[in-house]
Design a protein around this ligand. Structure first.
Ligand code: UT7
Length: 325
């Protein structure tokens, strides 16, 4: 019998401090940075974002999301033998946020490591966990996307600081004889490093270079729409499925216009696209599991439905995972 990995629980968490566009616009205005609710909504679809308190790290947000996913799966932390955290805002330079999360969960002993693929991190991490389960290396995995992007935003740069937020999402992935993950497609093109990056580095006890996020939004936008279509089609081909088989498209939640363009290219109605970007902005690696959990808990996503998860972001990285719930 063929071995699959299957999602058996989802969870997510947004830190309590919520800033509507109006809240952020007035905070920025006090610092002489001019933007507006109209611009943000029209260009991105974002209406609010959440920012973590200064002493809260990615592992803290990940812990809340992971505990919810474990409860949904009916498992305890001790059942988990693999933790992968997708993050670009780790708690420390090292060790990994996954090791820190493992200890906070009390799930000590299994494998734990981070995946750094920026906004594609969750589809990368899910694909790695799937592979480790299929080879028998792991049997019950926690795959977490957790970010505190507020820490790396330049609040003098209106072209980026209105876009991002903090949050975490998690899934429990278990070995199963019932189909779960059907196919994945991962890519990167390192020649585009400069269009979305945090160029600073820690060296000799100092930060060398700028430790704040830089993005050429238009370049990212154009690349994103093209590669999201390609990754979706490649994944469908690998699984022997077509666009018409997809029940729900769950793209990286960065910009509603990218999601609309992707849906158009795949000839899918927006009714089949899960959209939560309005509620939390771009939470990088956390955005897909946040959207997934919200749609599972609201009852939109039903057992055995076919989902296409799609990530795209810094690197430049992109990828898709097709799975049956
Ligand atoms: O997570 C990884 C993936 N990241 C993404 O997917 C982001 C992809 N890019 C985007 O989502 C969009 O390119 C942005 C939302 C970042 C920008 O939208 P755009 O429609 O490409 O705007 P633009 O950069 O062409 O800027 C249009 C105008 C400019 O003014 P001028 O030059 O036309 O006078 C900007 O200065 O909008 C201005 N602008 C703003 N105005 C008010 C830029 N940011 C703001 C702002 N408020 N916050």
């Amino acid at each position: 019998m063929r071995l699959y990995s299957r999602i058996t629980g989802t969870g997510s968490y947004l830190p309590p401090r919520r800033l509507s566009n109006a809240d952020l616009v007035s905070e920025l205005a006090a610092q002489g940075v001019e933007t507006s609710d109209e611009w943000i909504v029209e260009r991105t679809g974002i209406k609010a974002r959440h920012f973590a308190a200064p002493d809260v790290c990615s592992s803290d947000l990940g812990l809340e999301a992971a505990q919810r996913a474990l409860a949904a799966a009916g498992l305890s932390a001790q059942d988990i033998d693999l933790i992968i955290v997708a993050t670009s805002t780790p708690d420390m330079v090292f060790p990994s946020t996954a090791c820190i999360l493992q200890n906070k969960l009390g799930a000590n002993g299994g494998a734990a490591f981070d995946v750094q693929a920026v906004c594609s991190g969750f589809v990368y991490a899910l694909t790695v966990a799937d592979a480790l389960i299929k080879t028998g290396t792991a049997t019950k995995a926690l795959v977490v996307g957790a970010e505190v992007f507020s820490r790396i935003l330049d609040f003098r740069d209106r072209t980026t600081c209105v876009l991002f937020g903090d949050g975490a999402g998690a899934v429990v992935l278990e070995a199963s004889e019932t189909p779960g993950i059907l196919a994945s497609d991962l890519h990167a093109d390192g020649k585009h490093v400069g269009i979305l990056c945090v160029p600073g580095q820690v060296s000799g006890g100092q930060v060398i270079g700028d430790p704040l996020l830089k993005m050429d939004g238009q370049a990212v936008f154009k690349l994103a729409v093209g590669v999201l279509e390609q990754a979706a089609r490649a994944t469908l081909t690998k699984a022997g499925k077509t666009e018409a088989d997809i029940d729900w498209l769950i793209p990286h939640q960065a910009n509603i216009r990218i999601m609309q363009a992707t849906a158009r290219k795949l000839k899918m109605s927006m009714d089949k696209v899960i959209v939560t970007v309005d509620q939390h902005g771009n939470t990088s690696a956390a955005s897909i599991p946040l959207a997934l959990d919200s749609a599972v808990r609201s009852g939109k996503i039903k057992p055995r439905q076919l989902l296409m998860l799609e990530g795209v972001g810094g690197g430049f990285t992109w990828g898709a995972v097709l799975l049956q719930m």
